[in-house]
Design a protein around this ligand. Structure first.
Ligand code: IMP
Length: 188
């Protein structure tokens, strides 16, 4: 007979004990996405920005935002390894999926779900600057302030929160909750 995996059980039990508290409704998110898209369309008027989704968390935000932006634009995707299975950062960042379009001379708008320590975006912006991007701006749905380690200038910010672990609308905990249309705070 197979012995019970105590560590796995403990992890499952802890997750089962987490409850979700609504933070941002669909309506709040939708209204803010339209406002951000309006600002972006205005600021980039006459340009053709390259809109870059930082996978996977920004995927729904990106899809909604891009469709509200009234400019000719191109889209691309990048993925950086950041969080593991737990609610804290591993501190080091690497690309696990690179952009496919050329960056040199382009006006880049990086679209991120949430900025926490800032390590992911400071790494990606450094990389794109080295590749000769003409400009790099950041649009983040959520700016989570408490654990910032690297300054990242967020040009378009959806919502600011002080702390907490958020899930839904692309944001996950251990790959769960991404498909929820609202954003929740996970509580122990
Ligand atoms: P940073 O490098 O610490 O800024 O982390 C950014 C990445 O960590 C985000 O793109 C998310 O994937 C993840 N992350 C940070 N905070 C949260 C959260 O509250 N919920 C879900 N994912 C988060």
């Amino acid at each position: 007979m197979q012995g019970r995996n105590i560590r796995k059980d403990a992890g499952r039990n802890r997750r089962a004990a987490l409850r979700k508290e609504l933070l941002l409704s669909r309506e709040m998110i939708g209204a803010r996405v339209r406002e951000l898209a309006g600002e972006i369309s205005e600021d980039y008027r006459g340009k053709e920005p390259l809109l870059v989704s930082v996978l996977k968390g920004s995927v729904f935000f990106f899809a909604d935002l891009v469709r509200e932006i009234t400019l000719p634009s191109k889209i691309d995707f990048v993925r950086a390894a950041s969080y593991g299975k737990e609610m804290n950062s591993c501190g080091s960042v690497r690309l696990t999926k690179d952009l496919e379009l050329p960056v040199e001379g382009k006006s880049i708008l990086l679209v991120e779900d949430i900025v926490d320590t800032g390590l992911t975006l400071s790494y990606i912006t450094g990389l794109l600057a080295d590749r000769g991007a003409e400009s790099i701006k950041i649009c983040a749905l959520v700016d989570k302030l408490e654990r910032r380690e690297r300054h990242v200038p967020i040009d378009y910010c959806g919502f600011k929160v002080e702390e907490g672990f958020l899930v839904g609308y692309g944001l996950d905990f251990d790959e769960k909750y991404r498909s929820l249309p609202e954003i929740f705070v996970l509580k122990e």
